[in-house]
Structure formats: structure tokens, C-alpha cells
Design a protein around this ligand. Structure first.
Ligand code: SAM
Ligand code: SF4
Length: 327
């Protein structure tokens, strides 16, 4: 069992399998991309499998595959097939931009993957193209509908971007009206692969909820697990629900159960902190199982209590991109 220095049990691993992506969302990375890792710097599929098995042996029972875009990695299904065979792993989830998932949807269902988060920041075609800097709208919607039809638990994640898509908050809720999906609005975070720094945001969770209530005054707050990062609601008559994730305001740190391992093997114990260890050389060395487990346990034993505490090391300027961290 992984328990941090604040008595929080860590049972959820977010595993980034690549830092590469076929889109260039403007809040995530610059148009020219970032300095992507070289192939030898990335964990191999075999190493990702071994690290996952070690973490499951330590009590991780949920793994979310993220990136970069996970499906850019050609051997992703090899990892997913391995994860599906881990008896104590209860939940395999994926976060994707839904451009490349289409051919794999049937097999994902067979493997027992249940939760798929689709990042979608615009329902308007031109706005989608402007934000992602790629013309992939039709493909994304086709795959989104396929995922819903096949019965996946689909959550649509929309980052609320001041001056870019705030007029889409209400139209986006049409998805929750028509389909059994959860549309979740996220506060933007200053991780865009540049050197963004801001101490406040205009579109925080209060403003997002006020905007929704002005059009849909009748909604119920839903019960959510203590470890949930979203506060969830249901509008009367809608098939699905909506949620708000205060990623910037960070009101959820107290019950955080997450550990992040990046495609380069960095161990991140808080989204707002610097990596606390790297396990790539350890998994490639002697006594790799003991070495990796020890390094992760040590990192978890020195975990910041909140994102604000973790952020102190950053001097307020974030040079990292979410494509390396995995969200
Ligand atoms: N490519 C996949 C996708 O977009 O879903 C997975 C990786 S992406 C980095 C994971 C999540 O991070 C996405 O939901 C994305 O919207 C979110 N993200 C990226 N940059 C962000 C930022 N600056 N603020 C808040 N969320 C961000
Ligand atoms: Fe790619 Fe996801 Fe970043 Fe968009 S948010 S550029 S899809 S990694």
C-alpha cells in the first residue's frame, strides 16, 4: 500500500506513454511543438508493463493512460493488453484527443477499458481548428459518437479559455442533453510549454457555474467520490451530466490519491511540483523491482500537502507542457 506523509492512500496512477501529439492545442504547447524526448529517453513498452505491474503490486488499482496523445504510440495496445491481465488492477482508463482511437475501439471494449476521457474544447468546427491548430473535427466527433454507442463511460473535458471558447460553454452542454456523457469544464492551468505565469484566472469555477446557471437554473448537485477532482451536476431532462474541475483553484488536494509517471520515467507526486525521482535508469538496472519501488515510496513519503505548497519551487513561472506531464 502506498501512503503519503499526509496519510493519503495513493491508488491511482496516471501513466504518460509519450510526450508526442498529433494536435497542437494552443493552451498545451506552442505551434512548433516542444523539445520532444528522444526514443531512447522514453520507457519501452516492456518497461511500461513492468513499472505498471510493480505499482499494482504496491496497491495501485486504477491506471489512466495519458500523454501526449497515447494513440500516437504504435505499441499502445500491447501495454493495454498487459494491463488487462493484471488481476488487481480494477480500472483502466484513457485520456485521448479521440483522433486516432477509432480502429481500437472494439478491442478496448473487449479488454474491459471502461472510462475514456475525450478532450474537446470547441463544438464549433472553426474554433476547434483554431485551438488545436489541426483540421480533425469530423474524425473526433465520429469517434466520440462511436465511443458513446459502444457504451464506454465517456467524459468530455473542455478547458475554459478566456477569449477563446467561453461562448461555447452553453452549446457544449448540448452533448450532455443528447447523450449519456459527462461534460466537464476545467479551469486553465499555466502549462503551455512556454513560460506562462499568472496568479489568477478570470474563468474560475464560480464564473463557469454562474454562466451555466444563468441559462439552466435547475440542476442538482450529484454525489461524487471523495477523491473526485470534479464537482458534478445534472440538469433536469439531460441524459448526461456536467462537472467543473477547479484545476487552477485546487480545492481538491486534501483527498488527492494520484501518482504520475511520465513517458521519460519521471515520478511526479503533485501536478504543480517538480519531478521527485526518475525511474528509467532504475528499471534498466540491477534489482530493478526493489529500486523502482523504493524510489516511488521515498517520493511519496515527501509529498507536498497541497498544489500551492508544491508550486513554491516554481517561482510562479511554468515552463513545462502538459504534453510531458499527461494532465
Ligand atoms: N492528448 C490527450 C488529450 O488531449 O486528452 C492526453 C494528454 S493531455 C496533455 C491531458 C489533458 O490535459 C487534456 O484533457 C488537456 O485538455 C489537459 N491540458 C493540457 N494543457 C492544459 C492546460 N494548460 N490547462 C489545463 N488542462 C490542460
Ligand atoms: Fe495534444 Fe492533448 Fe496537448 Fe492537445 S492537450 S496538444 S491533444 S497532448
Amino acid at each position: 500500500m502506498l501512503i503519503d506523509n499526509h496519510h493519503r492512500t495513493i491508488n491511482y496512477l496516471r501513466l504518460a506513454v509519450t510526450d508526442r501529439c498529433n494536435l497542437r492545442c494552443n493552451y498545451c504547447m506552442p505551434s512548433e511543438g516542444i523539445q520532444f524526448a528522444k526514443k531512447e529517453q522514453l520507457l519501452t513498452t516492456e518497461e511500461l508493463c513492468r513499472v505498471s505491474a510493480l505499482m499494482v503490486a504496491e496497491g495501485i488499482d486504477k491506471i489512466r493512460i495519458t500523454g501526449g496523445e497515447p494513440f500516437v504510440r504504435k505499441d499502445l495496445m500491447v501495454l493495454l493488453r498487459f494491463l488487462a491481465g493484471l488481476k488487481d488492477l480494477k480500472d483502466i482508463s484513457i485520456t485521448t484527443n479521440a483522433t486516432l482511437i477509432g480502429p481500437y475501439i472494439e478491442e478496448l471494449k473487449e479488454l474491459g477499458v471502461t472510462n475514456v476521457n475525450v478532450s474537446l474544447d470547441a463544438i464549433d468546427r472553426e474554433n476547434f481548428k483554431r485551438i488545436t491548430r489541426r483540421d480533425q473535427y469530423d474524425l473526433v466527433f465520429q469517434n466520440l459518437k462511436l465511443l458513446i454507442d459502444k457504451g464506454f463511460n465517456v467524459r468530455v473535458n473542455c478547458i475554459v479559455l478566456d477569449g477563446q471558447n467561453t461562448e461555447e460553454i452553453i452549446p457544449m452542454l448540448q452533448l450532455a442533453k443528447d447523450y449519456p456523457v459527462s461534460v466537464r469544464f476545467l479551469e486553465e492551468m499555466p502549462f503551455n510549454g512556454g513560460s506562462k505565469s499568472f496568479n489568477s484566472i478570470r474563468w474560475d469555477h464560480h464564473k463557469i457555474l454562474d454562466t451555466i446557471s444563468s441559462v439552466y437554473p435547475e440542476y442538482d448537485k450529484l454525489e461524487s467520490p471523495a477523491t473526485s477532482t470534479s464537482v458534478n451536476y445534472k440538469i433536469k431532462g439531460h441524459k448526461g451530466s456536467f462537472g467543473i474541475i477547479p484545476s487552477f483553484s485546487r480545492t481538491f488536494c486534501g483527498s488527492c490519491n494520484r501518482l504520475r509517471i511520465t513517458a521519460k520515467g519521471d515520478v511526479i507526486t503533485c501536478l504543480y511540483g517538480k519531478p521527485k525521482a526518475n525511474i528509467r535508469d532504475l528499471i534498466r538496472g540491477d534489482n530493478s523491482a526493489e529500486a523502482v519501488t523504493k524510489a516511488v515510496r521515498q517520493a511519496i513519503g515527501k509529498r507536498a500537502k497541497t498544489g500551492f505548497e508544491a508550486q513554491e519551487n516554481f517561482d510562479g513561472v511554468f515552463e513545462n507542457s502538459m504534453t510531458s506531464i499527461g494532465g
